[in-house]
Design a protein around this ligand. Sequence first.
Ligand code: MN
Length: 286
Amino acid sequence: MSTANPAVISRPVTRIVRGVPASDGAGVKLNRVIGTSIVPDIDPFLMLDEFRSDQAGDYIAGFPDHPHRGFETVTYMLAGRMRHQDNHGHSGLMVPGSVQWMTAGRGIVHSEMPEQEDGLMWGFQLWVNLPAQDKMNAPRYQEFPPESIPVVRPASGAEVKLIAGELAGATGPVQGIATRPLYWDISLAPDTTYSPLVPDSHQAFLYFFQGDAMVGPNDGHHAEQGQMAVLGSGNTIKIRSGNKGARLLLIAGQPLREPVARYGPFVMNTQDEIHQAFQDYREGRF
Ligand code: MN
């Protein structure tokens, strides 16, 4: 068999899922897409939230001090400003278009609070699992302003902000992540077909936050704002936007295929490790 020209296999859509309204932190309203009873996870992704409101009451309470251990949190802001601060003296301001990829590792305690009293707050938080061997590593931050995120035009009518992964000779600024993720913010002009290549080693999904599109071989499934298209195996994804265009996240990563023990802000491999996390947190070892 020749490997010089591997077949292009368009990933089928395995399901279209609408997020569910949820509340987290001190009462922030959000749309939870992954991490629900409908979609508990898409290995290695444990959670995806979209927060989007111009009503201060929906976000003003923010996410006061809380711990994390054993995974990564990725915050991508579209509008509004969020102040981040942790118990190791690290702090930063997330502005529109910025990304923070935080590898919690063995543990941090942090707060994520709105730095505004009114106006639109809009963005995403994704949780990415860590392999067992990395769960107790030292915490690490990768934080980038919008001007550090390459914008690539891989096809007519398609524009991609490359947060993680490579495309058309460009490389996203987030590097050295165990699950080798792609995190792309894709804008499609009306009636545009774009078929990005995504390695078959990765699990992948699309989350639409503006407009709509037909997804999959033969334009088989419709997905619109607020919906996720979960994809089966293959090495490309066919996306054809509707007559108002579309904007979506393409997120993909290598699955870990390890046992997951999760409780609130801790994601480990066994219940014993969860109990240890609680004990370490209570006794101030984060
Ligand atoms: Mn957090």
